[in-house]
Every structure is written in structure tokens, then in C-alpha cells.
Design a protein around this ligand. Structure first.
Ligand SMILES: [Zn+2]
Length: 337
């Protein structure tokens, strides 16, 4: 038995398992040659260049196998519109792949492919911006950990509004505690559903923040695993924006294990400058109910209720966490200009 026989058998088996095909049909597909004219950048993609978050050893992730045995070999040329049949004639193909970002898109995906006549245009890889992040606020869901029905516990929907502030903008808050124009990120929670259950749910939210080691005024430098990552100059069809992520924790590959907040949004230039110069940012979360009463509406930017007062009275929790501000980089990073 030759190596080619083994490969053929493995491909037939993979096709049968992945797409539930009869043996004869799978064999026919594997044995029908296709005449792809590929380019070095497509070959590099097949070898894993720029691919992140995907196990390339799995048959369903093998793009060469997919191209030879799975993809429909016929279609319209994306340039001239005429028919292409890769079984009968040389054919080129353009891959659209989503660009990697550790927060916005930790798993690169094939977004689409387009057939071409080689005379119309060569095979190519197009790296696409796939991160469609919502703007502020960021939504969250809370479940009641004490609900006896743990299969379907009571839950609430909420919104987190991020307010980037500089300490010098916080009227009444600049005391001994603050030493300069430091960046502060206030996360203002609102419970939107159920409409009448805010105190109880905000109280639960406060419990979850305490479990993450957010604390009061004296405890702001603790063991909270949160961190803030900002990407500036992120390209959208409508212009450039910033991505703001508050991560729950970061794994050894530098990727977030979850997000407290994620949104595409504008950020004030002065705040970004302060954030670039800083290694840490004070994240303040609130408002929390005191004595089960509906908390006062909290707009950290209005200066009416200082952050210091909120923390002192237990109506907010805070932690100093690492912050990094990065300029948007094209993906993959070593792509030729
Ligand atoms: Zn064509």
C-alpha cells in the first residue's frame, strides 16, 4: 500500500464523517481532480500563516482538503461573471479571511471565497475586518446564583456604560487620594429587565464585582485580574474608531478569557493621551444600592457625586488594573506592504 492510498482513504473517511456522505460519493469527490492555480500567499494561508484559534490538524480546518474535496468546483468568475469549472480547466480562487484580534476576533474564519479565471485575476488572500462590535453601552446578563431552579434560574438584562474621565475633571474628588490627572474608567450599570428589580440585581452585580476583587477606597490596589485594552485607529467603513475592552482575565497567550465590557466607540483625546502614559487605570463600578434602596442615578461625568464619596459610602467598587493602548495593526503582521 502506498502513501497516496493512505491519504486517499483518510480523505474519503473524513468526507464521509464530516458531511455524512455515502462511500461511493465521497470516493468520487476525492478522485475527481481539480485544477487550482494557487499563489504563494494562498499556499502560506494553507500552511497556517495568519490563522489563529483554529486546530489545523482537524480535517474540517484543512483548507487544501476543503478546496479539493468539499467546495463546489463550479461558479461564476468574480471578475468577468463567466462560468468557472475547476474540474475541466485551470481555476483561481480568492479567500476572504477575518483578521485576528485577541479581543474582537480571537478565531480567524473563512468569510467567503470567490472563483476566478486565472486570466482575469490570480488566486489571493484578502484579510477582512470582521469585528462588528456594538457601541456603548455593553450588554450583560445576570443569573441568580441562589435560585433553587438552577436549570432555569431567574435572570436579568443590564447595560454597562463606560465613562472615561480624568481625575482633574472629577469635581470634589481630587484630594490626597488622587495625585495627578490620571485616567479613570467608570462603568455605570443599569438594569433594563426586569424594570422593577434594580436594587436586588445591582446588589448581586456588586457581589460578583467583590468576587473579582474590586473593593473600596482602601482596597483599590488588590488582586483583581481585570485589565483594559484599547485599540486606536480601528478602521470601519464609516471611518476610524477605538475599541475598548475591559477583560475579566488574560490567559498565557495574551487573550482574554472573558469580557466585562467591549465596544467600538470614540474616546476623548486627552483621556487617551493620559491612558497611553499610564500603566494602570482606576476602574470604578457602580451604582450599588445601600439598604436595598433603589440607587440614585449615577452620571460620573456630572461631578455631582464624587467617585470618592461613592466609594466611601459603598455605592461603588474600584480597582487599579493594567491598561494598554495599541495602535491598530494590519493582520497578519508580517504581510508585505
Ligand atoms: Zn473571468
Amino acid at each position: 500500500m502506498t502513501r497516496g492510498d493512505n491519504k486517499l482513504k483518510a480523505q474519503v473517511r473524513a468526507l464521509q464523517q464530516l458531511y455524512d456522505l455515502p462511500y461511493a460519493e465521497a470516493l468520487r469527490r476525492v478522485q475527481t481532480p481539480r485544477h487550482w492555480q494557487l499563489t504563494p500567499d494562498v499556499e502560506a494561508l494553507f500552511a497556517g500563516h495568519g490563522i489563529r484559534g483554529i486546530d489545523l490538524s482537524a480535517p474540517q480546518a484543512d483548507l487544501r482538503f476543503w478546496l479539493d474535496c468539499v467546495r463546489t468546483p463550479t461558479g461564476a468568475c468574480e471578475i468577468c461573471g463567466g462560468p468557472v469549472d475547476a474540474r475541466d480547466e485551470p481555476a483561481a480562487i480568492a479567500f476572504e479571511i477575518s483578521s485576528y484580534d485577541p479581543d474582537a476576533n480571537p478565531r480567524t474564519n473563512v468569510l467567503g471565497t470567490h472563483l476566478r479565471h486565472p486570466a482575469c485575476g490570480p488566486s489571493e488572500v484578502r484579510w477582512m475586518i470582521a469585528a462588528i462590535l456594538p457601541g456603548d453601552p455593553s450588554e450583560f446578563e445576570l443569573c441568580d446564583p441562589d435560585d433553587p431552579d438552577q436549570d432555569d434560574p431567574a435572570s436579568a438584562d443590564g447595560e454597562l456604560y463606560a465613562h472615561p474621565l480624568l481625575t482633574r475633571e472629577l469635581d470634589g474628588a481630587v484630594g490626597e487620594w488622587f495625585t495627578g490627572p490620571e485616567p479613570v474608567l467608570c462603568l455605570e450599570a443599569r438594569i433594563v429587565n426586569p424594570a422593577d428589580g434594580a436594587p436586588g440585581w445591582l446588589s448581586l452585580l456588586g457581589d460578583s464585582w467583590r468576587e473579582e476583587d474590586l473593593g473600596d477606597l482602601e482596597e483599590t490596589v488588590g488582586t483583581c485580574t481585570w485589565s483594559v485594552r484599547i485599540v486606536t485607529g480601528f478602521p470601519l467603513a464609516t471611518g476610524k474608531t477605538n475599541l475598548l475592552f475591559v477583560r475579566e482575565d488574560t490567559d498565557e497567550d495574551g487573550e482574554a478569557t472573558g469580557h466585562v465590557y467591549r465596544a467600538a466607540r470614540d474616546l476623548p483625546t486627552a483621556w487617551l493621551d493620559a491612558a497611553r502614559a499610564a500603566t494602570r487605570v482606576l476602574v470604578v463600578c457602580g451604582p450599588l444600592p445601600v439598604h436595598d434602596e433603589e440607587p440614585e442615578p449615577w452620571n460620573p461625568a456630572d461631578g455631582q457625586t464624587s467617585i470618592e464619596t461613592m466609594l466611601r459610602e459603598g455605592r461603588a467598587l474600584a480597582a487599579y488594573v493594567p491598561i494598554v493602548v495599541e495602535e491598530y495593526q494590519e493582520w497578519p503582521p508580517d504581510q508585505a506592504a
